[in-house]
Design a protein around this ligand. Structure first.
Ligand code: ZN
Length: 73
């Protein structure tokens, strides 16, 4: 088996494009959540992802605190 045995790529690979569904947010929705296999997956950025664990929430708060402290300085 060799890489040269593969058929020529004739069309671009398909990508799922999913941005954060929070209104007004234009960040990439890298955090998905689906309730059932038949329901469409919903996507959010990390900041707006509503199903964070306590540890993830604390990490976000630390990150936001650092960012706002940077604005003051
Ligand atoms: Zn967002």
């Amino acid at each position: 088996m060799s890489d040269t045995d593969r058929p020529t790529l004739t069309k671009a690979a398909e990508m799922d494009v999913h941005y954060c569904e929070q209104e007004g947010c234009e960040d990439w929705g890298s955090w998905g959540n689906f309730l059932s296999p038949s329901a469409a997956t919903r996507w959010w950025c990390f900041e707006h992802f509503p199903h964070k664990t306590d540890a993830q929430e604390q990490a976000l708060r630390r990150k936001l605190n650092v960012a706002s402290a940077g604005d003051i300085l």
